[in-house]
Design a protein around this ligand. Structure first.
Ligand code: IMP
Ligand code: MG
Length: 178
């Protein structure tokens, strides 16, 4: 697996330190609110599990599954909810935690969908932000790292469903897909 990684962009230590920092910030911002933490599976599960622990508030968690990308990593523009939340979001302060904000199409779709259920607020936290690729009019309220327009793997991010469990974020060696 390691031989498929061209370069390590963010080490496990850098990511952990950033999760602690973001967790502190979110704890401050949501004091006294009814926070619902939402994870988008599968990619978002790694950052979700690391980020919810440093959030020192009573909170609810919920998961949803959306249609995944193909091998090429390009969005189809057609986002499908495969498994919906099992919690009523009305009057809750929702924080969606995701691995990466790329074209933004997935998160824009989710925001529209959840907004229709009358939550008190919706914000987005993404470990990574790739602004160069943005197509939808959406931003992340809490960003860990701004990254260049390269195909990344690890820490939840996959290529053809592989590499999600790498503890760091790296670039994929082109020999894997050439
Ligand atoms: P988008 O913002 O709608 O384009 O989709 C974001 C989703 O695309 C993320 O949750 C990832 O699952 C996937 N994605 C975006 N960029 C990458 C990448 O560099 N490597 C792997 N998956 C990616
Ligand atoms: Mg994803």
């Amino acid at each position: 697996m390691k031989e498929d990684v061209k370069e390590i962009l963010l080490t496990a230590e850098e990511i952990q330190a950033k999760c602690a920092e973001l967790g502190k910030q979110i704890t401050q911002d949501y004091k006294g609110k009814e926070l619902l933490l939402v994870s988008v599976l599968k990619g978002g599960v790694v950052v979700f599990s690391d980020l919810i622990r440093p959030i020192a508030l009573a909170r609810l968690i919920a998961f949803l599954v959306v249609g995944s990308y193909g091998k090429g990593g390009k969005t189809s523009g057609n986002v499908k909810v495969i498994k919906d939340l099992d919690i009523n979001v009305a009057d809750k302060d929702i924080l969606i935690i995701e691995d990466i904000l790329d074209s933004g199409i997935t998160l824009q779709h989710l925001t529209v969908l959840l907004n229709a259920r009358n939550p008190k607020s919706i914000r987005i936290c993404t470990l990574l932000d790739k602004p160069e690729r943005r197509m939808a009019d959406i931003h992340s309220d809490y960003v860990g790292f701004v990254v260049p327009d390269e195909f990344l793997i690890g820490y939840g991010l996959d290529y053809a469903e592989k590499y999600r469990n790498l503890p760091y974020v790296g670039t994929l060696d082109p020999k894997v897909y050439e």
